[in-house]
Design a protein around this ligand. Structure first.
Ligand code: ATP
Length: 320
């Protein structure tokens, strides 16, 4: 549904995109992540026909983003980084205005506004001026505005920036419902948990290039496997524990003088410290075995957990 090949874009001296390829199947979610300035917004603006690429090509819903831009605009929705709604109008009037801009009749614009207010939990607030809305309500209204013509493809640039955890989850639920109904969604985000929750495919951009792409699970596997993390009650128990765990400790990379912070699949501990990290090749079963061995050896633990790689670690690894 979204396909890009070798997209390039330069702003004066800045090469913002240096050849971006994307392939997003219909009815799926693609999460574009990357550090500030990596080219996420530029990519979205090109795909949404707001910017012309200097090189490469892209099609959305089967239409070329340059040649067929006018037709394509009726088939896409875009919610940018800042809510595009008018503070001095009511929520309802905002949606009616967007409907009219999409050439809906007055009556159709009104009924579509009603439907969308209802859908996004804004029916009661529909007659209030938007300047009295909370950040979460504005975002929902902005999303509603981008859906006026029920587009098959939706672009969202940092949809939940600045929202509290409850508002974020409500917006995620709304987005999931849309995707379940067949919408294809491409979103940029700084929140890796957002990409993890929503995206079928995560594309990591760095300096205008694709640094990595894959499902959240595939990307996490690239930075290492599961680990067991033990925090001992008494400093210095690490050495005794390693004796008790024996071969379970796996390939030893030796004592490290600093606690591990990055991805690792090996053993890490501080001599005389209270923490040990072990590889967990069998996932939860490894955790059970470690717990049993520590219990038999009578070693007290403060905390014991199975740690799975997070997208944060993937991000730090790929964009360091
Ligand atoms: P952020 O996470 O900060 O929103 P981004 O990944 O969306 O960043 P872009 O906004 O696409 O990144 O910017 C990519 C690069 O292009 C940056 O170096 C930015 O400074 C530059 N850039 C973007 N827009 C313009 C512009 N209109 N004129 C000049 N340079 C620009």
């Amino acid at each position: 549904m979204i396909c890009a090949e070798g997209l390039r874009k330069r702003y004066a001296a800045t090469e913002a995109l240096r050849g971006i390829d994307l392939d997003v199947p219909a009815g799926t979610v693609c999460g574009l992540v990357g550090p500030n300035g990596a080219g996420k917004t530029t990519t979205v603006r090109i795909l949404a026909t707001l910017l012309r690429p200097d090189g490469g090509r892209a099609e959305v819903a089967g239409l070329d983003v340059v040649r067929d831009a006018a037709r394509l605009r009726f088939r896409i929705g875009l919610a940018g980084q800042h809510a595009a709604v008018d503070e001095l109008l009511t929520g309802r009037r905002n949606l009616e205005l967007f409907g009219r801009l999409y050439h809906l009749s007055r009556a159709r614009a009104r009924s579509r506004a009603e439907e969308l207010l209802e859908r996004f939990g804004l029916a009661a607030a529909g007659r209030r001026l938007v300047r009295t809305y909370s950040g979460g309500m504005r975002r929902r209204l902005d999303l509603a505005a981008s859906l006026i013509v029920a587009p098959p493809v939706l672009f969202m640039d940092e949809p939940t920036a600045g929202l509290d955890p409850r508002s974020r989850r409500e917006l995620w639920d709304a987005l999931r419902d849309l995707v379940r109904e067949g919408t294809t969604l491409l979103l940029t985000t700084q929140y890796l948990d957002e990409a993890d929750h929503l995206a079928d495919q995560v594309v990591v951009l760095r300096e205008g290039r694709v640094a990595a792409a894959g499902s959240p699970g595939e990307l996490k596997r690239q930075v290492g496997g599961d680990r067991v993390q033990i925090v001992f009650r008494h400093p210095g128990d690490a050495a005794a524990a390693l004796g008790a765990l024996g071969p379970m400790s796996g390939p030893t990379s030796g004592p490290t003088s600093a606690p591990t912070s990055g991805p690792t699949s090996g053993l890490a501990f501080e001599p005389g410290g209270t923490r040990v990290t072990l590889p967990a090749p069998d996932g939860a079963q490894s955790l059970v075995r470690v717990a049993r061995a520590l219990d038999v050896a009578g070693i007290a633990v403060e905390d014991l957990a199975l740690r799975r790689p997070t997208l944060d670690e993937v991000f730090l690894h790929l964009t360091a």
